[in-house]
Design a protein around this ligand. Structure first.
Ligand SMILES: *[C@@H]1O[C@H](CO)[C@@H](O)[C@H](O)[C@H]1NC(C)=O
Ligand SMILES: *[C@@H]1O[C@H](CO)[C@@H](O)[C@H](O)[C@H]1NC(C)=O
Length: 235
């Protein structure tokens, strides 16, 4: 090999080694960003947008965990929540107009989801409202199995559910509504808009109620059928 080529190659090697060494030192002196919490106590505010998804298991960056109160505050001020609650308020106002619901009524909402109807009832002045769902949503909805309600017989004046049609055991679900609502009280169920045949099928699930009415209504923007029954238990 020619001498000057040899010299050139040696130089290239030397430069490469030097560069590599410096890079290595630089990397060693750098602390990995993902492993250190960033401390800017004066800059971090509540309104800061959530930090990104952890890029590694040693990512100690602070993330804002919302407490239940904060979560609820956010939910209860959201547009969908407010509009649905308003819709339920109108729905229950109709029941008040029909003299089926009063401020003093004890009301049970079964399969109440996040509690829109509970909030609507409370907002309209009905103080004694209990909402239950398979998963609780404090403070509006408690956890209970709709097929095995943790309440004594005849303790409610009105039982409401918008989810009888989706119940795992509709007969059992209906039976529990009948059991917990007092004789003379009412059961109100709402389902996707349906005709007389479906209404009859629903009525067939209730053994201790008399049919009062079935009308088409609009609730939370959907076309629904509202069935009202009066509980009639032999004493
Ligand atoms: C029920 O309560 C609401 C809200 O407090 C009130 O505006 C309404 O007048 C009450 N209705 C009756 C019949 O007392
Ligand atoms: C609701 O409306 C649908 C469609 O117009 C109709 O077929 C059904 O009979 C109505 N149901 C009741 C209970 O009036």
């Amino acid at each position: 090999m020619e001498r000057h080529i040899q010299t050139l190659l040696n130089r290239v090697s030397f430069i490469s080694i030097t560069l590599a060494t410096f890079t290595l030192f630089y990397l060693l002196l750098q602390t990995p960003q993902t492993c250190l919490p960033i401390h800017h106590p004066h800059q971090r505010t509540r309104t800061q947008k959530p930090t990104r998804f952890p890029s590694s298991t040693c990512d100690l960056n602070h993330r804002n965990y919302l407490s239940l109160t904060q979560k609820n505050k956010k939910l209860y001020s959201s547009k969908p929540w407010l509009s649905q609650v308003t819709s339920y308020s109108n729905f229950f106002a109709q029941l008040k107009n029909l003299n089926l619901l009063e401020n003093s009524s004890r009301v049970l909402c079964v399969s109440a989801g996040a509690g829109h109807e509970v909030e609507a009832l409370k907002g309209s002045g009905v103080a004694d409202v209990i909402g239950v769902e398979v998963v609780d949503s404090a403070p509006l909805v408690s956890r209970a199995d709709p097929h095995n309600l943790p309440f004594f017989d005849d303790v409610f004046d009105l039982g409401y559910s918008g989810h009888l049609a989706e119940a795992l055991f509709p007969l059992r679900f209906a039976g529990e509504l009948e059991r917990t609502v007092r004789s003379g009280g009412v059961v109100v169920v709402v389902m996707e808009e349906c005709g007389a045949n479906d209404v009859n099928e629903i009525m067939g699930l209730f053994r201790k109620t008399k049919f009062v009415s079935a009308v088409n209504v609009t609730l939370i923007g959907k076309k629904m059928t509202r069935i009202i029954m009066q509980v009639d238990k032999p004493s």
